[in-house]
Design a protein around this ligand. Structure first.
Ligand code: GLO
Ligand code: MG
Length: 348
């Protein structure tokens, strides 16, 4: 209810790929790598509580099963010693050339079979690391040009894949992280809305939700906070990837708040109002540092994304809800717009 502000308790997370060497499709790495445990120590030192992993971030998948199990146990213990918890596991079905045509929507049945097998293993990895959350970013589950795949069949295969995972483990929760394009020309399930329609047709809709990424919403020409509101209204906002994006171009994963403070404010306003995090959801970051940063400077995007969030949270909590309600009632939206921007600018 308006005027009744609930103060969310926010716990932050990021994934190891958010600290990287700066390579892009046009250039080689520009920095040394951070050692895995240095990344984890940084997370703990900077007050992060969760770590997001791809399956192969967590364990070397080429090792024997028993070695993997041993390493997973050790990983879980060492993370716990640092006060870190695993937020989710995401099967990485887009790096290996084997998945050039996608995973569970690939035309080759052998590829689809392996994609499912790898994803089931990702479920086991998640369970071994103490999380039930599986994130599916269907990176290559789309087309470069239309007739390469049958769009109807592809969506049916998507559904079959989700069902097979829900069937495989009765406890897991699947969070779809949708993005309209890149690396593909077009993804079969381009937005959260598409995925939630799919979710309703699975064998257990109650275990399927979404992770909304700010930049992905912008790439679909949608407003991130509205996307979050949509998922919140349906009880499906189980994860977020906060970052920022300059309009419709490649996925920039810029520092949260760095492009559009007002857009960042709107997201936090909604998350705080509806107590996002009350069921253990994390404020996940998915950000890339600028390629020009040197090794020592290459962690600032994570620190500052969290700082932007906390600074804006202060602003969000200073909104006079009665005043907002009055401005709504009088339909003076010009004044309302100015009021919010004055708060952000510190002139209120
Ligand atoms: C890329 C995605 C990607 C995912 C990650 C976890 O655009 O945002 O970074 O978030 O692989 O699924
Ligand atoms: Mg993401």
């Amino acid at each position: 209810m308006w005027g009744e502000k609930m103060a969310g308790i926010f716990r932050f997370s990021f994934g190891p790929w958010n600290i990287h060497e700066g390579e892009d499709p046009f250039g080689l790495p520009v920095r040394e790598s951070f050692d895995f445990w240095k990344k984890m120590e940084f997370a703990a030192r900077e007050g992060f509580e969760g770590i997001q992993f791809h399956d192969d971030d967590a364990v070397d998948l080429s090792l024997s099963f028993s070695e993997q199990e041993r390493n997973l146990n050790e990983l879980r213990e060492r993370l716990a010693d640092l006060g870190l918890e695993v937020e989710f596991i995401a099967p990485r079905l887009w790096v290996d050339p084997f998945y050039a045509d996608g995973g569970f929507t690939a035309n080759d049945p052998k590829v689809r079979e392996k994609a499912l097998a790898r994803s089931k293993r990702a479920v086991d990895i998640a369970r071994a690391l103490g999380t039930e959350r599986i994130v599916i970013w269907p990176a290559r589950e789309g087309t470069y040009c239309r007739e390469t795949k049958d769009a109807k069949l592809a969506v049916e295969r998507f559904l079959e894949y989700i069902n097979a995972l829900l069937e495989y483990d009765k406890e897991i929760k699947i969070l779809g992280e949708m993005k309209p394009n890149e690396p593909m020309d077009s993804c079969f399930s381009p937005t959260a809305g598409h995925f939630l329609a799919l979710a309703e047709n699975t064998i257990d809709p109650s275990r399927v939700g979404v992770l909304i990424e700010s930049a992905h919403a912008v790439l679909a020409n949608l407003e991130p906070s509205d996307e979050m509101g949509f998922a919140l209204a349906l009880g499906k906002l189980w994860g977020i990837h906060l970052n920022d994006q300059n309009n419709l171009k490649f996925d920039q994963d810029k520092t949260f708040g760095s492009v559009n403070l007002r857009r960042a404010f709107s997201q936090i306003y909604l998350l705080d109002k509806y107590n996002y995090g009350q069921n253990g959801e994390y404020v996940g970051l998915d950000v890339k540092v600028m390629r020009t940063q040197n090794f020592e400077q290459s962690l600032k995007h994570l620190i500052y994304s969290k700082e932007y969030f906390l600074m804006l949270l202060d602003k969000v909590r200073s909104v006079d809800e009665n005043k907002l309600e009055q401005l709504r009632a009088s339909r003076d939206y010009e004044e309302l717009d100015f009021y919010i921007n004055k708060i952000i600018l510190g002139y209120d």
